[in-house]
Ligand binder design. Structure first.
Ligand SMILES: [Mg+2]
Length: 188
């Protein structure tokens, strides 16, 4: 069983401008590709777990989300850090429209997306790491049994005790090399 690095999207991979759904709005966070290359080199598979209630609220469509995701995944490929799979939850319990208005175990702070990824890919959650910018990300990871759940707040003082980082490069602290990890070139 392999460990994984679970990444929230808005506020971790890209700057959270609020309901980002077009390429022009998507600004990659400083250091995200370097972090993802490092994680892969140390033996971690990469997953994205993202609430996308903007779909449920009717702000943008699932098709728009998928188009943006395809572009994002191509950018990660191009930077030598391919992501294995993206999990998203379009629902919202009170603001969702029509079928999107529901309580979903997939929506963070629920652990559903992380558990689904573990089931789909045979992941070792105890050795896995989750990175998010909201408390609900941390709650989802902890509920799923992810070994290390770390919060990212740009500019925050690095605090291993509080599981807080202020720059993405600092997550390396929680990414020990997995024994027997296939050598993946770090440079790209
Ligand atoms: Mg976020």
């Amino acid at each position: 069983m392999k460990p994984a690095l679970f990444l929230d999207r808005d506020g971790v991979i890209n700057v959270d401008h609020g309901y980002v759904h077009r390429v022009e709005q998507f600004d990659f966070m400083d250091g995200i590709f370097e972090l993802c290359r490092l994680a892969r080199a140390r033996g971690y598979s990469l997953f994205v777990v993202t609430n996308q209630a903007g779909i449920g609220r009717g702000y943008y469509t699932e098709e728009a989300f998928h188009a943006l995701t395809r572009w994002m995944l191509a950018e990660f490929e191009r930077h030598g850090a391919p992501i294995t799979q993206v999990y998203f939850c379009p629902d919202h319990p009170t603001h969702g429209v029509g079928p999107y208005r529901r309580h979903s175990p997939m929506r963070k702070p629920g652990p559903g997306m992380v558990l689904k990824a573990a089931q789909d890919h045979g992941l070792d959650l105890a050795r896995s790491v989750l990175l998010g910018d909201n408390l609900t990300d941390i709650q989802a990871g902890e509920a799923a049994g992810v070994g290390a759940c770390v919060r990212f707040e740009p500019g925050h003082v690095f605090s291993p005790e509080e599981h807080m980082i202020g720059h993405l490069s600092e997550l390396a602290h929680w990414l020990p090399a997995v024994p027997g990890a296939p050598a993946v070139p770090v440079a790209a």
